[in-house]
Design a protein around this ligand. Structure first.
Ligand code: AMP
Length: 221
């Protein structure tokens, strides 16, 4: 199964993409997570992308595409993958089509997570991530067991540098300008489905799993 999650920043793509990857034994591939890890580790790539991310701009296509290509073609992705945050513009979509086309392959489904803009801003205000492992929380809807601490590794939760209101607005602007045209791009293949991304995590997840079943992609008919 080869899936792509599309949707504005804060729609819950990361959380849902990880849940789907785990359920169906797929590789979760998220450039945002990869870049944040590189920033935490202070690598050369981390230093290159830190300022770009803090301003809500996109990392250059060639850098991002190279990183994603390596993962898509890795043994961990042999059973399939869930792309979360790539492609983010038409040039990246074309690069992905080439990478997959080289092995006679293509995406099975594009999942559009729909959330109204007001709620996206509220979610960014209430989102926290673990400073060590990057696990995301929502302090209202999905709080950690101990306030301010990660359930998994116990480290301190922080606000993402790009979750301040100004940067979120910039990320939304880029989403509307360069990512939204991807719906038209993938609609030509008739592989886009829209899912209501509002409500609790499990309800949204059930909607996604049901859609995969209806499409005959879950291994269950
Ligand atoms: P995300 O975690 O998906 O919200 O991504 C956080 C940030 O990482 C974005 O605002 C960009 O700066 C960068 N980023 C993530 N995915 C991409 C991509 N496909 N192309 C370029 N930059 C990206």
């Amino acid at each position: 199964m080869k899936l792509l999650f599309l949707g504005p920043p804060g729609a819950g793509k990361g959380t849902q993409a990880k849940m789907v990857a785990e359920k169906f034994n797929l590789m979760h591939i998220a450039p945002g997570d990869i870049f944040r890890q590189e920033v935490r580790e202070g690598t050369e790539l981390g230093r290159l992308v830190e300022g770009i991310m803090a301003e809500g701009r996109l990392v250059p296509d060639d850098v991002t595409t190279q990183i994603i290509e390596k993962r898509i073609n890795s043994p961990e992705a042999a059973n399939g993958f869930v792309l979360d945050g790539f492609p983010r513009n038409v040039a990246q979509a074309e690069a992905l089509a080439q990478i997959l086309g080289a092995r006679n392959d293509g995406l099975d489904l594009v999942i559009n997570l729909e959330v109204p803009e007001e709620e996206l801003l509220e979610r960014a205000r209430t989102r926290r991530v673990c400073s060590a492992c990057g696990k995301p929380y929502n302090i209202k809807l999905d709080p950690p067991k101990t306030e301010g601490k990660c359930d998994v590794c116990g480290e301190t939760l922080i606000t993402r540098q790009d979750d301040n209101e100004e940067t979120v607005k910039q990320r939304l602007k880029i989403y509307h300008e360069v990512t939204e045209p991807l719906f038209e791009y993938y609609n030509r293949d008739g592989i886009v489905i829209s899912i209501n991304g509002c409500g609790d995590l499990d309800s949204v997840f059930q909607r996604i799993v049901q859609s995969l079943e209806e499409k005959g992609l879950s291994g269950k008919r």
